[in-house]
Structures are given as structure tokens and as C-alpha cells.
Design a protein around this ligand. Sequence first.
Ligand code: TXA
Ligand code: MG
Length: 353
Amino acid sequence: MQTKRLDTSPAAIALAATLIRRGELVAFPTETVYGLGGHALDEQAVQAIFTAKGRPAGDPLIVHLADRRDLPHVAASIPPLAAQLAATFWPGPLTLIVPRHPQVPLAVTAGRETVAVRVPAHPVAQALLQAAEVPVAAPSANRFGHTSPTTADHVLADLNGRIAAVIDGGPTPIGIESTVLDCTTTPPTLLRPGGVSLETLTALIGPIEVHRSFKTDTDETQGLVSPGLLERHYAPDHELWLFSGRPEVARAHLRAEAEQALAGGMRIGLLLPEEDLALMRDLPAEVESLGPTADPEAMARRLYAALRALDERKPDRMFARDFDDTGLGRALRDRLRRAATRVIVIDGEERTA
Ligand code: TXA
Ligand code: MG
């Protein structure tokens, strides 16, 4: 199958909507990352999504709606908290877990009685969902476990020939995935930090439980965290070492390890904020800048593209520094830790690994 690259004209959107309604798969831009869309109420289309991605059937998909008023079509009931959050944050980068409506196939939810739903804000996603007139199941449009796509080229690099079409709407404006909040528990549970920060959500609805696997405070991860402890995901093909701790200290350790790798004849890659790179200009390395640390939105926008670009230059080892655990930093930290082959946490001045 040849994957068509579509533009964002009304005719192209209409074609993409027809393909979706027919059970074909179409990748499309959202404000977070590109999604791999299929008819959410068509079990075969849903199966095809899992096949195209190489995704294990146990990992459930997010259902995308054009409008929050469509929520009753996919939710059996709407917890008051979910209604409040939908009214505040939709359209936008927040995914809510609610009880599954019986017409949503269990294939979408991987057998769960809950379903993940969001209304994306991107104009192209909006146009496609409105034209399709059906709920669209869409995971990120990458091969399973690989780095999420923020451009149509990233989608094609992973899925060319495996899906009917991709709508090229340019780079995605947020660059990391939506926040996932389970509204069926009391208090609600943060399952994935993302585009809407935990602080913003807490300010509106009060206490939120943070799922164990997403706690990224240094207290919980003292010492060397073995790669197996944090599920590897969003992963590049080459080694990635992540240095966590106070910026000056983490930077110094990162530099020492980078010098040692160079001395051993390795080709190295640096995935770092502008300030860090300014201090490492003398190192012969492949570099990708995330921009200034003062601009976390820009760092989020660049993260996946920079990771892919560095990875493509096939360094023997890549080096990155951890983010702060506040605001968007929590989501950035989560993604980098899942991409890393090794996390080195430095406690104060002491090097613990
Ligand atoms: O920003 C996004 O959310 C992007 C764009 C395309 O909308 N989509 C995305 O989908 O990141 P995906 O499939 O890569 O991630 C969905 C996440 C997974 O971590 C999945 O386990 C979780 O949502 N999820 C989906 N349904 C769930 C459910 N019923 N209960 C718990 N977690 C669920
Ligand atoms: Mg994904």
C-alpha cells in the first residue's frame, strides 16, 4: 500500500474523512503529536491500528471527538469531575478516562470497562473529526515504543506503506502528548503528565493521585535507576544517558562522562538546553539544542524532533540532562526518562552512580 501525503485543503480533508469512514487508517496532526486515526466504532479498523503500529493488544487507545457534546456517545456515564474538566480544557491536550459506552468496541479499550477520550484543538484534527462524523481512535502515529511523531515526515519514517494516508499539517504546536487523567477513581489519578500541567489541574479540582510509575521525584529514584525499573518508551535506536540532579552538578557529571566516552573513541551526541551547549562547545559532538531552559514550551515542541534528528546521526552514545519536576517539566522529564537507556541521579554534590 502506498501512503498518500495529503494537504490540508477541504478536498483533502473530505478524502481523509471518507477513508476513515471506510475503515482505512489516516494519520493527522493534533496540537500534541500526530495521531494514527481509525473509525473507533469499527472493530476491524481498530485492529488495523494495532497491526500498523505493532502495538500490543493490551495497550488501550484514545478516542477523539469533534465536540465535547459527543461525549455521551462513547461514555456510559459522565463523572461530574469529567464534565467540569471537559468544559474547561476541551478542545485541548487533556485526555479523560471515563466509563465505556457499550458501543465502543472492547478492542479500543483493550478489554477495559473504561475509555480514554479527548477533543483535540488542532484545526486540522477538528476539520477531520467534523467531516468524519464518527469517533476516531488514535494513538500516536509511531511504531510501538518508538519516539512520537511531531511532523508528517516522522509519521512516514515509521509507517510509510502501512497506512492509507497522512495529512501534512506541519509541525505540531505542543510537541508532547496529552495529559491522561483517570476520572473513574476518587481522587482522580494522573496516568500520564502532558500538555496540561498537574498544577493547573489541581488548582481547579483539588487533590490528584499521581500514578506510581509516573512519580519522578528524585527521592523515589535515588542512585542508579536500572533501565528495567522505568518502562522504556519513546525510545531512540541508540544509547541515551540521562543525568539528573542540580543543574551545575548534573552538567559537570555529564561533561565528565562525555569526555570519557570521547577518549574511548566513541562518537557522542548531546541533546541539551542552549545554556548547557554553550558550556560544551569545545567537545567534538553531534548536538541538538532544545532552546533556552527559560522557555519550556519551546523545549517541549523540539524534544521529539531533536531526539530523532540526533538518533539519525547514529552516535554511539547520547547524553541529556533531566528537567525540573514542575509544570511542563514533569511531562518532559517523564518522556526523557522513558527514552533513556540509563538514568544517573546525582544527589547534591555526591555522585551516586
Ligand atoms: O496527545 C495524545 O494523547 C496523542 C494524540 C494523537 O491525541 N495520543 C496518544 O495516544 O498519545 P497513545 O495511544 O500513544 O497513548 C494513550 C495513553 C496510553 O498510555 C494508554 O495506556 C492510555 O492513554 N490509556 C488509553 N485508554 C486507557 C484506559 N481506558 N485506561 C487507562 N489508560 C488508558
Ligand atoms: Mg504513544
